[in-house]
Design a protein around this ligand. Structure first.
Ligand SMILES: CC(C)(COP(=O)(O)OP(=O)(O)OC[C@H]1O[C@@H](n2cnc3c(N)ncnc32)[C@H](O)[C@@H]1OP(=O)(O)O)[C@@H](O)C(=O)NCCC(=O)NCCS
Length: 247
């Protein structure tokens, strides 16, 4: 499957009016390193996650590895002036995607992230949170595999790519691909505290499903626990906001 032809040019691809350096195109293997870099540099609600998790390889393996390495045909990137500044990583069948927790465990065994100074704190804190949350019956539901919304997506832009309409272009293109393939719906998880992202996804036609769930191990800079919000969109209806506003 291919998501779309290479598009170059100006506003029609979602760039700022008169910006000739904007390109939205399918992911290519040569983009892998930059996608992994963006994944890390935007990993904390759009900011770098390096203050929380100082190991780019394990982070990128958890959150971008499946998409670049197993389902690259469902990925899109956006370039500004020749540099990839953002991506949408899609998955048609969420039951196939890697569970980030399992990927993390692999890194515990193979690369010792439970002992490395940049990651050990979060690894052990996650274990503690899981024990406490299990006792209090408030563990997160985990990977979402639901026939109502079998597909999912991740989307991230470096600051240079934000607010130019590129995120909407990538999401609309992914949702159109899903409709063309007869997919029932799409979901995503975002930090509930990332209010900009929640607003963006609502503008794209997603709605919140259920209440935010505590994420083991994660903390804000102030030390507060963070929550993940499931957001969903049923497809098949071309009158929804994500379609009617499409380019
Ligand atoms: C969230 C993100 C993907 C949005 O992409 P974007 O290209 O910046 O968004 P767009 O310019 O296409 O905005 C589309 C619409 O979303 C809404 N929106 C976007 N950013 C918003 C914000 N900060 N606050 C409120 N609404 C916002 C608006 O309705 C906007 O339409 P408008 O420009 O006509 O008002 C991007 O800003 C980003 O990567 N942020 C950091 C990483 C992140 O949070 N990723 C999501 C993690 S799940």
């Amino acid at each position: 499957m291919s998501i779309g032809a290479r598009n170059t040019g100006s506003g029609s691809q979602g760039g700022a009016p008169g910006d000739g350096g904007v390109v939205v195109r399918p992911y290519e293997p040569a983009d892998r390193a930059q996608v992994r870099r963006i994944c890390f540099e935007t990993g904390y609600m759009g900011d770098s996650v390096d203050w929380l998790w100082r190991d780019r390889e394990s982070w990128a393996d958890m959150f971008s590895g499946y998409y670049t390495d197993c389902e690259p045909e469902s990925a899109l990137v956006a370039e500004v002036n020749g540099e990839v500044v953002g991506y949408l990583l899609g998955c048609l069948d969420s039951s196939k995607a890697w569970d980030p927790g399992v990927v993390a465990l692999r890194h515990v065994l193979r690369r010792g992230i439970a002992l490395r100074p940049g990651t050990a704190r979060v690894v052990w804190r996650s274990a503690g949170d899981i024990l406490v949350d299990a006792a209090l019956r408030r563990l997160p539901s985990g990977r979402v595999v639901d026939p109502r919304w079998p597909a999912h997506l991740h989307i991230d832009f470096l600051p240079a790519g934000r607010g130019r309409g590129l995120g909407s272009v990538l999401v609309r293109r992914w949702l159109d691909t899903l409709r063309d393939r007869g997919c029932a719906g799409c979901h995503l998880g975002t930090m509930a505290e990332n209010t900009s992202a929640v607003a963006f996804f609502e503008a794209m036609g997603f709605r919140r499903e259920g209440i935010p769930e505590l994420m083991p191990g994660l903390r804000s800079r102030e030390g507060a626990r963070l929550h993940v919000q499931l957001m969903v969109q049923l497809l098949g209806d071309r009158s929804g906001p994500s379609y009617s506003a499409a380019t």
